[in-house]
Design a protein around this ligand. Structure first.
Ligand code: CAP
Ligand code: MG
Length: 418
């Protein structure tokens, strides 16, 4: 079929169509019309050869029905409608291999970025969505009116399981709700998964007794899929509530499998997004973090990293975190809202600004910003900076009567780390 066929300015997307919005730049010598036609063709039913011996009149009729249609082009934006017959419900890799597959490497296109997706109900509801969401998580902790707090032991690798658990204990007692594994800590010779999880369980019991507060732990089960399932079961058997998955490196199919198991076990899923910037940092090419957030919510994670609204150490473009968080909390096919996690270079001095930009329904996660001043002191300082922000008292004033916060401000001030 000619590329022309895939460009239909008068097409009105049908109820069951899935619509993708792309930024695109045609290669030299390729017209806008040909560029968008090629994108729609390659991502749905077409190939480069214009005539196919397999294309009987019956097949052509079918291709015309199910082929993607580029129906809206304004400047460098194109919207393409994909009839839902192109997709296998509930199969995330298949969806991505269609509208986020070969097209990024086409020589006819210089740059191509998938910005956002409008899902039809039929496809969206073929995924499970979060089991717990913000309400379920808040209920677990009995905390309704403040951000949840989290810390990841640093150095990110190098602590033994006993050292790790001890850091956890100090953090919990200092006022932190959630201990977290780092993205590249799974089960190494110096810090075995099982030993760490067992040791942390002992420490949590003591910390909960001492503080009277609920404490939990984002346990990184990332690995080969069957191993992740084994680890999830172990986590459950030891009485924990959460697993953490590096969703991009583990992959969507694996995440779907883990999600099924977690639903059976009743475990909350914390999604770390390590590697996302490999394809979402370039504003002209790749896949946006917004799309990753859409997919993650569909599959059904309960918490997702969304950056620091430009205040922390990692790139998060102007307004990007706000947009992501807004999406995670918005209405979406009856699926529960996902709790955004604000992390990367966070320390107590940044909290008022973070809360002003992102509100209360977030997890505030700090690694270096806590352990850089001592785990217990840093943890207390983080809670104090949240309390001060909620009371509308400046950190400088609050620090006069709160020595931990004072230490934090003396160490890090209000710096935006890089
Ligand atoms: C933060 C962190 C997180 C990143 C993830 C790290 O540590 O543990 O993995 O924040 O990025 O390894 O860098 P610090 P994002 O608190 O010491 O910076 O949240 O943007 O996905
Ligand atoms: Mg990390």
């Amino acid at each position: 079929m000619e590329y022309d066929y895939f460009v239909q300015p008068n097409y009105k997307p049908k109820r069951d169509d899935l619509v993708c919005t792309f930024y695109f730049e045609p290669a030299r010598g390729i017209s806008v019309k040909e560029a968008v036609g090629r994108i729609a063709s390659e991502s749905s039913v077409g190939t480069w050869a214009k005539e196919l011996k397999t294309e009987t009149p019956t097949v052509t009729r079918r291709l015309k029905r199910i082929g993607a249609k580029a129906y809206y082009v304004r400047g460098a934006k194109v919207r393409i409608a994909y009839p839902s017959e192109l997709f296998e419900p509930g199969n995330m890799p298949q969806l991505l291999s269609s509208f986020a597959g070969n097209i990024f490497g086409m020589r006819a296109i210089n740059n191509l970025r998938l910005e956002s997706i409008d899902f039809p109900e039929k496809i969206a509801r073929s995924f499970k969505g979060p089991k717990f969401g913000i309400r379920g998580i808040r209920k677990l902790f009995g905390v309704q009116d403040r951000p949840l707090t989290c810390t990841v032991p640093k150095p990110k690798l190098g602590l033994t399981w006993e050292e790790h658990a001890k850091v956890g204990y100090e953090a919990w007692v200092g006022g932190i709700d959630l201990l977290k594994d780092d993205e590249n800590l799974t089960s190494q010779s110096f810090n075995n998964f099982e030993k760490r999880v067992v040791e942390c369980a002992k420490m949590r019991e003591i910390a909960e007794k001492e503080t009277g507060e609920k404490k939990s732990y984002l346990i990184n089960i990332t690995g080969e899929t069957n191993e992740m399932l084994r680890r999830a079961r172990l986590v459950k058997n030891l009485g924990w509530e959460y697993v953490m998955v590096d969703i991009v490196t583990a992959g969507w199919a694996a995440l779907q499998t883990v999600k099924e198991e977690c639903d059976k076990l009743g475990l909350i899923i914390h999604a770390h997004r390590a590697m996302h910037a490999a394809f979402d940092r370039n504003p002209k090419h790749g896949i946006s973090m917004y799309v990753i957030a859409q997919l993650a919510r569909l599959v059904g994670v309960d918490q997702l990293h969304t950056g620091t609204a430009g205040l922390g150490k990692l790139e998060s473009g102007e307004g990007e975190t706000q947009k992501l968080n807004q999406f995670l909390k918005s209405r979406f096919f009856g699926m529960k809202p996902v709790l955004p996690v604000c992390s990367g270079g966070v320390h107590p001095g940044l909290v008022p600004e973070l809360m002003k930009k992102l509100g209360k329904d977030i997890v505030i996660q700090a690694g270096g910003g806590i352990h850089g001043i001592g785990t217990r002191i840093g943890s207390t300082a983080l809670r104090q900076s949240i309390d001060a922000s909620l009371k509308g008292i400046s950190l400088k004033d609050y620090a006069k009567t709160h020595p931990e916060l004072d230490t934090a401000l003396k160490t890090f001030g209000f710096v935006h780390p890089r």
